[in-house]
Design a protein. Structure first.
Length: 94
């Protein structure tokens, strides 16, 4: 469900493609673990299942508590709602 949000491919993958200092890595096959496990570089977890407002990913996407991502402007309300629902529903790898 969560990667069906085209925003990751369209709005995020241009920078978050596994290069140094572009955490999290949102490339195919890496994105889920990169978002839901402790990041070796930063020591942070980008997604806290069940807690969108406490998740770095959601904070960045909404510009609340983390630098705005993507930096060129906020995502649509519908894309944010999809990510928020995925996180609050437990951030399943489905």
């Amino acid at each position: 469900m969560w990667w069906s949000c085209s925003c990751f491919n369209k709005d995020c993958i241009g920078c978050h493609k596994g290069a140094v200092n572009t955490n999290p890595n949102l490339t195919d096959g890496n994105s889920y673990l990169s978002l839901t496990t402790v990041n070796a570089t930063t020591g942070e977890v980008f997604v806290t299942p069940g807690d969108a407002s406490g998740s770095i990913l959601y904070q960045a996407m909404t510009g609340k508590g983390a630098p705005q991502m993507p930096p060129n402007g906020a995502l649509s309300t519908s894309k944010l709602a999809l990510v928020e629902k995925w996180i609050n529903d437990g951030a399943a790898n489905n």
